[in-house]
Ligand binder design. Structure first.
Ligand code: IMP
Ligand code: MG
Length: 335
């Protein structure tokens, strides 16, 4: 068995969906497993030229790969079934390919109602926080106890360790949210309620010795959605928001924008052991031809894209991992 892991190194919305979709097209994965979060996530995927937004369902379904909602996830049944219907209506056989771990936790309508009252964190109001709270308080309900999931349930231990072709298993772990929203490493309390690091994939049942590649995903600038003040004080961020379509794919909220924080990127790369990094939305800054980033207390401005790329790559290769492969990507559909 081998496993690759995808983690977002900023505040979500960096293009994990695209990276997962590209990796599925290039590797012979036997399973794709979502390892954290719930329908607070919104992954934008272009498949055969068509745009899809998924919340619960891992992107293996676009490639005929069995796709599992892992034990680290929370799941809202109505949203899940609606998503399957919508994908099937577009010709994606999600109903035959998607499975739910019996130990994943349910987001109830009660959790949603409670989350709708949030005014401090700026949550997606999808019931995530209350569902995880009840899980850890040992008051939660698990998918295995909910009859609606009868035809979808899977025991991930049996699926992996009692698999006749254990040696041939190739798993892609698809994460949700990002390092800056991680409940331990993010800017608490402006965080989500799950773990968004490589450690979270391991919690889903595949130990470190099987991990091959850890793919980090970032953007050339940063975005954040939520209650804290984040946006930089410059009109250019309005332009980036429009050009980059920086509006939440789950809630439609405008994302706050700022320049890339190199120190966060370095920290997230170290803590996740990133050996492949994709820095997305390169085309947006190319269009504006403005190249800035923060490091320490300084704002650096570069003359051109080559200088910007070289600065980031050489620092990461020197400070994190000299063998890290870094891809600057300006395409919506593939890396
Ligand atoms: P919650 O996960 O809905 O509780 O929201 C907590 C924080 O995480 C809020 O700032 C949300 O906007 C943010 N958040 C949650 N999921 C996502 C996501 O998939 N992308 C970006 N931000 C997210
Ligand atoms: Mg998103």
């Amino acid at each position: 068995m081998i496993a690759d892991v995808i983690v977002d190194l900023q505040y979500g919305d960096c293009g994990k969906g695209k990276v997962a979709h590209t990796l599925c097209s290039k590797n012979n994965y036997t399973h794709v497993i979502r390892y954290n979060g719930g329908c607070n996530a919104g992954h934008t995927i272009y498949h055969e030229g068509k745009k899809f937004i998924t919340h619960h369902i891992p992107c293996g379904v676009f490639w005929g790969i069995p796709s599992i909602i892992g034990p680290g996830c929370v799941i809202h049944p109505e949203t899940f079934f609606k998503e399957i219907e919508e994908l099937e209506a577009e010709g994606i056989p999600a109903g035959d390919l998607v499975f739910v771990s019996k130990n994943a936790h349910i987001i109830t309508d009660f959790h949603r109602l409670e989350d709708k009252k949030d005014s401090e964190i700026g949550t997606t109001r999808r019931g995530n926080g209350p569902a995880y709270r009840d899980k850890y308080a040992r008051k939660g309900v698990r998918a295995g106890e909910d009859g609606r999931f009868e035809n979808y349930l899977i025991d991930l231990y049996e699926e992996i360790y009692e698999n006749e072709d254990f040696e041939g298993l190739q798993i892609l772990f698809e994460g949700a949210q990002g390092f800056g929203l991680d409940v331990d490493w993010g800017d608490y309390p402006y965080v989500t309620s799950s773990h968004c690091t490589v450690g979270s994939a391991i919690l889903n049942g595949v130990p470190p010795k099987y991990i091959r590649d850890t793919w980090g995903v970032a953007k050339v600038y940063e975005t954040y959605v939520g209650a804290k003040e984040f946006e930089g004080n410059d009109k250019i961020f309005d332009e980036i928001r429009e050009l980059g379509g920086e509006y939440g794919s789950t809630t439609g909220r405008p994302r706050q924008i700022n320049w890339l924080d190199y120190d966060l990127l370095k920290k997230a790369s170290r803590i996740n052991g990133i050996n492949n990094l994709v820095v997305n939305k390169f085309d947006i800054l190319e269009e504006l031809d403005v190249w800035c980033l923060y490091s320490g207390l300084n704002l650096y401005e570069f003359k051109n894209k080559e200088d910007f790329k070289l600065w980031i790559s050489s620092k990461l290769n020197c400070e994190v991992d000299e063998e890290m492969e870094i891809y600057f990507s300006g395409n919506k559909e593939f890396i």
